[in-house]
Design a protein around this ligand. Sequence first.
Ligand SMILES: Nc1nc2c(c(=O)[nH]1)N[C@H]1C(S)=C(S)[C@@H](COP(=O)(O)OP(=O)(O)OC[C@H]3O[C@@H](n4cnc5c(N)ncnc54)[C@H](O)[C@@H]3O)O[C@H]1N2
Ligand code: MOO
Length: 406
Amino acid sequence: MISVEEAQERMLATIQPLPAITIALAEAAGLVLAEDVVAKEDLPPFANSAMDGYALRSVDTRMEHGRPARLRVIGTIAAGYVTEQAIEPGTAMRIMTGAPLPRGADAVIQIELTRSDPTDSSWVEILQEVAPGNNIRAAGEDIRRGQRVLSQGSEIGPWEIGVLATVGQARVKVIRRPRVAIVSTGDEIIDVGEPLQPGKIRNSNGYLLEAAVRRAGAEPQRLGVARDTEESLRQVFSQAMQHDLIITSGGVSVGEFDLVKRIMNEQGVIDFWQINMRPGKPLAFGRIGQVPLLGLPGNPVSAAVTFELFGRPLIRKLLGHRRLYRPLVEVTVEDGVSERTPRRHYVRAQVRREQGRFVARTTGHQGSHITTSLLNANALVIVPEGGKILKPGETAQAIMLDWPEE
Ligand SMILES: Nc1nc2c(c(=O)[nH]1)N[C@H]1C(S)=C(S)[C@@H](COP(=O)(O)OP(=O)(O)OC[C@H]3O[C@@H](n4cnc5c(N)ncnc54)[C@H](O)[C@@H]3O)O[C@H]1N2
Ligand code: MOO
């Protein structure tokens, strides 16, 4: 049995990011940029007003003997329009936020610092002196033409989308989403809509993994359930090989009908099998043909936990992300962990912040068939290998499952 870290490293060493494609900007959220983006224009593209007010010459705002300057108003500039008129000494123009500054003006005074007559718009009094540049947003103040605004490898979130739109990047080059085949195995597995029959159990893993794969940023395709025969598995795998990654659940332990490994050996390779962890010991990783295959154990909790520790980082590497793992924090275990296992134990828990520290409460029975132990769990508390138990009040490391990767 190898350690979780060794297994993760060996797995990721075989994985390269997928090729880049060019897609519409609106589709790019959540993906990784595959090129540097360089601005072709200044932003703002032109000097403009930061306020609704009057464009004027700052020298014209000087007061004489404490009396406000009075300027002739020669027009109005709305945002979106350019005026041919220029500001001459003793004149001003009404200007709106975002409107281009007229020639001759070197400042804007906001409307609140002026006085005018509602019935006569031909003049305005300036109640405060202003300096050159007042309320003017200079061209290129945000972005300079030729400047690299985003680098290859950046994760594209809403804010990056905004900057890409600003610089006119209607299409962007990104690492494409992996297509992931999800295969459930086992004669006992029936679909979710079917009534239970003797000896059967509903396919929870297929649906759980589909949702988890989508949340990791990939495109899942649930290929249904392979029967516990080599023919059935071969048939499903021939379809699965059209994908970038195959994730199976079940059939990787030591039982007579645990055939996934047999087919991996026949049609590809097994890189490793069996990890020093609980749940999830029988995890297998390798390839069918050239397609990586992650063989998760069948027990639902084992499948869920091993997906988080292996499937998600694998998908993130295919997507070109550099940050692959969820963060660890130190937690105080409120209720303790009494089950002993020589393997490293990942205990489902709910972690909350209390008086500046993190406190973990386990989500109940930790058997790998107890699907409800996943509900409300936002963390996996790590109990080190070697049969250690955690007493209430002891500290441990926890993986935060809903914090962004680092
Ligand atoms: N002699 C041994 N037996 C077992 C060992 C072992 O080391 N020696 N390991 C146990 C551990 S740990 C696990 S985990 C399981 C994993 O076995 P498999 O990956 O081969 O999974 P299956 O045997 O096919 O199924 C296990 C369990 O999970 C249920 N299952 C399977 N698929 C689904 C699904 N899609 N949805 C819901 N539930 C599913 C299945 O009915 C079984 O109850 O092996 C132990 N045995
Ligand atoms: O590894 Mo199994 O997943 O302990 O139940």
